[in-house]
Design a protein around this ligand. Structure first.
Ligand SMILES: [Zn+2]
Length: 1006
């Protein structure tokens, strides 16, 4: 037979585009359009009548950036359409290349009830299944003029991301406003042809099935009458029916398809707009649920449900009823889909606590998974936290974006730092907004790494970020792909059904140990330093606020501020969303985040201050409150006592080398350039700075990633570096009995760095405070410390513990970790000796090793301070920043842990009467009290969350400042947990933890 495949394929394509698709709406009638150009703030539906509407029409320009415009669409169904299905079509000027990320609309009836969202793949509103003809039609559309920021992915700096700079030109132009006849016969034909055509193009040209479909479609096209596509649809479909009825291969891959819409809680739009994006998408989903009994939809992020409840109660009521029926499925169990690299331990736990509790309280639903397809890599602390929250599996995805190494598994057991293993699935379809196209499904099947052992994967389908979610077209595809030869079998079902089947078919999945490091987006540990600083400081203020108010509650009977703390926690959790804390949002979002952090900070200071004053009582003795979990300068952890006079000294000398600072433990030389040329550990009798090098060196690099500016640091940044060694000033600015402070000032380009280096008497640490008045762009600033330590790995703090990462480049996996995330400290050590660098705001680090002339290797630790990318916020990081570091020679891991807490939890002095005994203490420094608080249920019980911090086994006597009635193990949500009751006496209890184990305990009070 002659090969006419290409000719026939082109024919099918042309027929679809020019004959079948246009026949879907064979007739139309224009609608009258009135427009009110609204205001910069969203106008509630109840106020839509207050505006001044003007008659307009197709072609009207509208939408100053970020403004809301109200459209009123009115018309009459033509009399001769009687009996036909009619839909309104409104295109306010969509960018059809990509749903979401642009203008959107929400359609209301004249009575204010919501109909549905309008999106580029969802421009229609059903008027009637069968019109009488002649009836009036009226709908109102609230249209949001969200600017297109990402556009063609050129990452060109834009002023559109800030309402103050976004301009005064309308962004959109109405393209279409009409009533149309909708021919469902053509709709069904269109889906048949599209599904077969797409599937055919995925099959090999050597496969008979491809040719069978080609011939059937060819015959089908013969049967289409271009003058009456609807009339000929039935005949055409009959010709296609035999190839559509052939069942899938026995071994075909199985797809659990779940409706979903990945809505970033803030990103290229502010939180304010996400509230509306959620409403638009949910209204579409509710419509689909009504019309398609097989449809199931999963929505994550408790915060988005909470927005719906507050701002769209009518939608929320309908969601509640669909949740009860099991078809609208809350997933994820977190407050937002957070970043997991940077949130502190307690904050990541609270993401789960607040998320899961919301779903339990609102819907009585116990979510069973953590759902984070888009977060930028996944912390190795997560498996244990997932298990302790009462969930059993994890859905991720982003690591498929790895630039270097293909992640080897899609379904596996993920083992965290403590050894907890969690079933994990990374959908092999490689997207979380599938259209259920044949290409995507074929990719999922071919790509699935566990082929042969397992045969099932999950596919989230639906447009995200304001694209409107799943569409009726996707459901039509799913229906045809349920059991079709050549395709994976597609079943629309809940994530829980997927997890149950995946577990059942795969008893011994492979194990991945440690973090799921994303080989991409490494700049997110550093971008938008102000947002990160606010997060870090407030995480620690929250700890203190809970500690001191719980202490005051038990000792003095003062009320515990449950509601305030709940609200403040949620503000911090919200700003840990995976485009906010990482620094990848527009300027507007980061300005708001920083303002909100400032408000939270003020309120927490007030709570802490109030509780401490009450605890101190009336008196004039200066009392030092230590909110850290380890004793400090004689003040017990979690308690307060009069300051003690340190029996310590520090000396200063000026020599040819520079300033020489010395106390009992260290001798530090700061040269005329302001760098540390010698740091001698007197107890260990060793020099920490390698010969010929210097520490505290500020380095700048051009930072010009190929793509994703705020997200990425590309490896080639290392090829160009300037060390800032010229100092305007290096001078002693304080020379007291107990401390010496040297000030260093450098100016470069448009910026200025002012540092103070402080050595205190009695302290085996050097404090480095860095203030940067930063006016650079696309420049990476790092602070470097070469250390005479021979090692091939570093330890970095993560939530509730630490992990080791290689610092060599043996394999492509090692080399790809050229910039990594650490919480409060990093540590490098050789046998018997280590050095820690602790910080109070930054996360990005790189640690490298180099050969010394004298033999062996040395190690350089560099903290990333600032980046200043220009997309999506062209002014990122401009202004004043403060960073605190502490360099600790001779540190073991335990010292690093302690210094990290101390630096982030400075002590406070309050005048009062007498000491305050700690409410709860641990006598083993490795067993760290991460949270001490009052129970969420208002019972007055004390809840403590503690963990083993060294990576070894540890036993601790936990002493209480009150006599507990009982001590019970709970999960993160403070519900009873395995382990049950713990033996105790009137002053406390003992417990033993395995490496990095987290325990939550409820201490019942009378
Ligand atoms: Zn996202």
């Amino acid at each position: 037979m002659h090969d006419d495949r290409k000719l026939t394929e082109e024919r099918i394509h042309r027929m679809l585009r020019d004959r079948i698709r246009p026949a879907l709406r064979p007739e139309s009638a224009p609608l009258a359009l009135d427009t009110w150009h609204g205001t910069s703030a969203p106008v509630p539906v109840a106020n839509r009548g207050s505006g001044e509407y003007r008659g307009s029409g197709v072609g009207v320009r509208w939408g100053l950036p970020w403004n809301t415009t109200w459209f009123r669409l009115r018309g009459e169904v033509p009399a001769d359409w009687a009996g036909r299905a009619v839909e309104l079509v409104f295109d306010p000027g969509f960018d059809h290349r990509r749903p979401g990320f642009q203008c959107e609309g929400l359609v209301y009836r004249p009575d204010g009830s919501i109909v549905k969202g309008l999106n580029p793949r969802n421009e229609w509103v059903r008027v009637s299944e069968a019109v009488a003809g002649g009836e009036p039609v009226e709908f109102h559309v609230e249209a949001a003029a969200n600017p297109v920021i990402l556009g063609d992915h050129s990452f060109t700096p834009t002023e559109l991301g800030d309402p103050d700079t976004s301009g005064t030109e309308p962004l959109y132009r109405v393209e279409r406003a009409e009533l149309t006849v909708f021919d469902s016969r053509v709709e069904q034909l269109l889906h048949d042809v599209e599904v077969l055509d797409q599937l055919m193009r995925q099959l090999g040209t050597d496969e008979p099935r491809r040719w069978e479909i080609l011939r059937a479609l060819d015959r089908g096209m013969d049967a289409v009458d271009p003058r009456d596509v609807g009339g000929s649809a039935g005949r055409t479909r009959e010709l296609l029916s035999p190839v559509l009825r052939k069942p899938a291969h026995a071994s075909a891959h199985r797809v659990s398809a779940i409706g979903h819409a990945h809505i970033d809680s803030a990103w290229l739009w502010p939180f304010r707009e996400t509230v509306r994006k959620v409403a638009r998408t949910v209204s579409n989903v509710l419509g689909l649920l009504e019309e398609h009994p097989e449809f199931v939809f999963a929505m994550s992020q408790a915060q988005q449900f909470a927005w719906l409840e507050r701002h769209y109660p009518q939608l929320h009521r309908r969601v509640r009823s669909e949740v009860a029926s099991g078809r609208f499925v809350p997933v994820g169990g977190m407050w937002v889909e957070a970043d997991t690299n940077m949130p502190g331990g307690e904050a990541l736990a609270r993401q789960l606590v607040h998320g899961k509790r919301f779903f339990l309280d609102e819907f009585g639903v116990e979510t069973d998974e953590v759902w984070l397809p888009d977060s930028f890599g996944y912390s190795a602390a997560l498996p244990q936290l997932i298990a302790l929250s009462g969930s059993s599996w994890f859905l991720g995805q982003k690591v498929v974006w790895n630039q270097t190494n293909a992640f080897p598994h899609h379904t596996f057991h993920w083992e965290g730092i403590d050894g907890t293993r969690i079933l994990t699935h990374l959908p092999p379809v490689d997207v979380y907004d599938s259209e259920l196209s044949a290409a995507e499904l074929a990719h999922a099947s071919a790509n699935f790494a566990e082929k042969g052992e397992a045969g099932r994967s999950l596919v989230p389908f639906g447009w995200g970020d304001g694209g409107g979610g799943p569409t009726r077209e996707m459901l039509a595809r799913a229906e045809r792909l349920a059991d079709l030869e050549g395709s994976p079998r597609v079943t629309v079902e809940s994530p829980a059904e997927f997890a149950r089947e995946a577990r059942a078919e795969y008893a011994t999945p492979p194990v991945w140990v440690g973090e799921l490091y994303l080989e991409f987006h490494r700049g997110t540990y550093t971008s938008q330093a102000g947002t990160k600083r606010g997060n870090r400081h407030n995480e620690h203020l929250l700890r203190e606020a809970e500690l001191w108010t719980a202490t005051a509650n038990v000792y003095l009977g003062l009320p515990y501020p449950h509601e305030r703390l709940d609200r403040l926690w949620k503000a911090v959790l919200r700003n840990q969303f995976h485009d906010v804390l990482p620094g990848s949002s527009i300027a507007w979002v980061h300005h708001e985040a920083e303002r909100e952090h400032e408000l939270v900070r003020g309120e927490l200071q007030e709570i802490i201050d109030g509780a401490q004053r009450k605890l101190a009582g009336s008196g004039s003795t200066p009392l030092v409150f230590n909110g850290a979990p380890h004793e400090r300068d004689g003040i017990p952890a979690g308690g307060a006592a009069p300051a003690t006079e340190p029996d310590a000294f520090v000396e200063l000398a000026e020599t040819d080398e520079g300033f020489v600072l010395r106390n009992e433990s260290l001798r530090v030389v700061i040269d005329r350039r302001g760098t540390i040329t010698s740091l001698r550990d007197l107890a260990a009798e060793r020099e920490v700075v390698p010969a010929g090098s210097a520490g505290n060196v500020s380095r700048i690099h051009p930072d010009l990633p190929n793509r994703w500016d705020a997200w990425d640091i590309d490896a080639f940044y290392r090829n160009n570096v300037t060390e800032l060694l010229d100092a305007e000033e290096v001078a002693v600015c304080e020379d007291a009995a107990d401390r010496v402070v040297v000030r260093v000032v450098r100016s470069f380009s448009h910026s200025r760095i002012t540092q103070t280096l402080t050595l205190r008497g009695g302290a085996a640490r050097l404090e480095i405070d860095t203030e940067v008045d930063w006016h650079e762009s696309e420049t990476l600033l790092k602070l470097a410390f070469p250390l005479d330590v021979h090692t091939d790995r570093m330890a970095a703090e993560t939530q509730f513990g630490h992990l080791y990462r290689p610092i060599h480049e043996n394999t492509s996996w090692d080399a790809a970790k050229f910039e990594t995330c650490a919480h409060r400290w990093v540590h490098v050590g050789e046998a018997g000796y280590g050095v820690a660098l602790a910080n109070d705001t930054t996360y990005g680090h790189d640690v490298t090793r180099w050969a010394k002339h004298s033999g062996g290797t040395a190690t350089t630790v560099r903290a990333s301070l600032l980046r200043a990318p220009r997309f999506p916020d062209p002014e990122t990081d401009r202004g004043l920043h403060r960073f605190r570091h502490v360099l600790v020679p001779g540190a073991e891991i335990g010292d690093a842990v302690r210094e990290g807490y101390h630096l982030n939890l400075p002590s406070r002095t309050v005048r009062g009467a007498s000491s305050v005994e700690p409410l709860v203490t641990s006598d083993n420094s490795a067993v760290v009290l991460e949270a001490v608080k009052s129970a969420e249920d208002g019972s007055g019980d004390v809840v403590v969350r503690l963990y083993e911090s060294s990576g070894g086994r540890a036993t601790s006597r936990v002493t209480t400042g009150f006599a507990p009635v009982s001590v019970r193990a709970t999960d993160l949500l403070e519900r009873p947990w395995a382990g049950g009751e713990i033996e105790h006496d009137t002053t406390g209890f003992r417990l033993t933890l395995r490496p990095f184990e987290i325990r939550t305990l409820r201490l019942e009070r009378t």
